[in-house]
Design a protein around this ligand. Structure first.
Ligand code: ADE
Length: 327
């Protein structure tokens, strides 16, 4: 009989693929070095490190870093996401679940409501939280001590953080950079070994890496889809199988999807190449502006297909030739 350990659920594959130590975590050398000093020093003193802000595009491993920090400190981690925190008391209750202290990871911190952001200040400064008891003239503010926590926050848009919030990350703001093709190839080889796939050859790894937008989360996602395809077709993972599997999913040689192409097509045809404001573009595409800004735009700008100017978004010459080549 197989056990749940032998047959992990598909959705838990991602946590299986998450590196658990600095040695397993490939790339971001400078960030790793700085975090290691901050955390080792605090640990030697028997204290929690100061609060940390991680900043960079989605999928580069910010959550993974928070888990590694928790595991080095030997403390539990509680995770939350900015838009999910609705009431002022939510942060205090999250922090209190870490009875003997731990890491409170807040993803997408730039999407925190203003009043909740303000309730974070005393938590970050003095580890205390104030709540109002009672109503009307008899209401009283009572201050509680929270367990020792380190807040590790992540954002894709550090510019959207208010100065009072940003400066409270006294452990520092660390910026994650896109990975090189070589680093992505190393991550893919490690992931293939963790998944126990037939080892993809170097050319196959390069073909996946090329379509990964230099982002580990995407690289691992593509690897899982290629693994499925190769398994169903009873083939090993070769460069040809990668191309077939990903072309069937409408992922092209740049790693662009139908959604990315629609953004470019819309700017090109509906708005005559731009510039077009984010709201008009979002309405035309039936997307919300944040998804365009955070999911589609960063990579389209990185590959040089899109320009972001104060007057709006425009398609570049390179973007126009790309569209011609795929039509
Ligand atoms: N998975 C996600 N990020 C990773 C990294 N930096 N190294 C190894 N595996 C990863």
């Amino acid at each position: 009989m197989s056990t749940s350990q032998e047959t992990p659920l598909e959705h838990s594959l991602d946590s299986l693929l998450r590196p658990k130590t600095w040695d397993d975590y490939i790339g971001q050398e400078k960030v790793k070095k700085n975090l290691d000093v901050l955390i080792s020093a605090a640990k030697q003193r028997g204290q929690m490190p100061e609060h940390i802000l991680l900043y960079g595009p989605a999928g580069l491993g910010k959550t993974t870093l928070a888990y590694i920090i928790g595991s080095i400190l030997g403390v539990p981690i509680q995770t939350a996401s900015g838009p999910m925190i609705e009431r002022v008391g939510d942060i205090a209750s999250l922090a209190s679940t870490l009875e003997n202290g731990g890491v409170l990871f807040i993803d997408e911190i730039h999407r925190l409501k203003k009043n909740i952001e303000e309730s974070l200040y005393p938590i970050m400064e003095s580890g205390t939280v104030s709540v109002m008891l009672g109503k009307g003239p008899a209401a009283q503010s009572v201050t509680f001590d929270l367990p020792p926590i380190v807040i590790i926050a992540a954002t894709t848009q550090a510019g959207k953080l208010s100065t009072p919030l940003r400066t409270r990350f006294s452990g520092g703001t660390l910026k994650l950079a896109p990975y090189s093709d070589g680093e992505i190839a190393q991550i893919l080889k490690r992931s293939a070994a963790v998944l126990e796939t037939s080892p993809p050859d170097d050319e196959a790894v390069r073909e996946i890496a090329k379509r990964s937008r230099n982002t580990p989360r995407i690289a691992n996602y593509l690897l899982k889809r290629v693994r499925d395809y190769a398994q169903v077709h009873e083939k090993d993972i070769s460069a040809d199988i990668v191309k077939q599997a990903l072309t069937e999913r409408d992922i092209d040689a740049y790693g662009l999807t139908n959604e990315d192409r629609s953004v470019l097509e819309t700017i090109n045809t509906v708005f005559n190449g731009g510039p077009v404001g984010i709201k008009a573009l979002a309405t035309t595409l039936s997307e919300d502006p944040e998804t365009i800004e955070e999911v589609y735009e960063p990579f389209l700008i990185q590959v040089g297909f899109l320009d972001r100017t104060p007057r709006g978004r425009s398609i570049t010459k390179k973007g126009v030739s790309y569209l011609r080549s795929v039509r």
